[in-house]
Design a protein. Structure first.
Length: 70
């Protein structure tokens, strides 16, 4: 299992609802969550073969900013 972390501007429950369809459509993601209480709005994604690029693409398609957390 691989876990990736990203900084985003997903900052409320409505934003999470908006992005959920896009992230749920990525077959390699088994689970994900956004910590909207932290200033960095960290998106944590877990999956067997999940790739950075596909997560970034899904979140950007939903209309949000994202960058991998180093």
């Amino acid at each position: 299992m691989k876990t990736l972390r990203f900084k985003t501007n997903i900052n409320c429950n409505n934003c999470i609802r908006t992005v959920s369809g896009f992230l749920n459509d990525v077959p390699t993601i088994s689970e994900w969550s956004v910590d909207i209480d932290r200033p960095e709005k960290i998106l944590t994604v877990t999956g067997e073969a999940v790739e950075v690029e596909e997560v970034i693409e899904a979140v950007e398609e939903a209309g949000f900013d994202i960058e991998q957390d180093k």
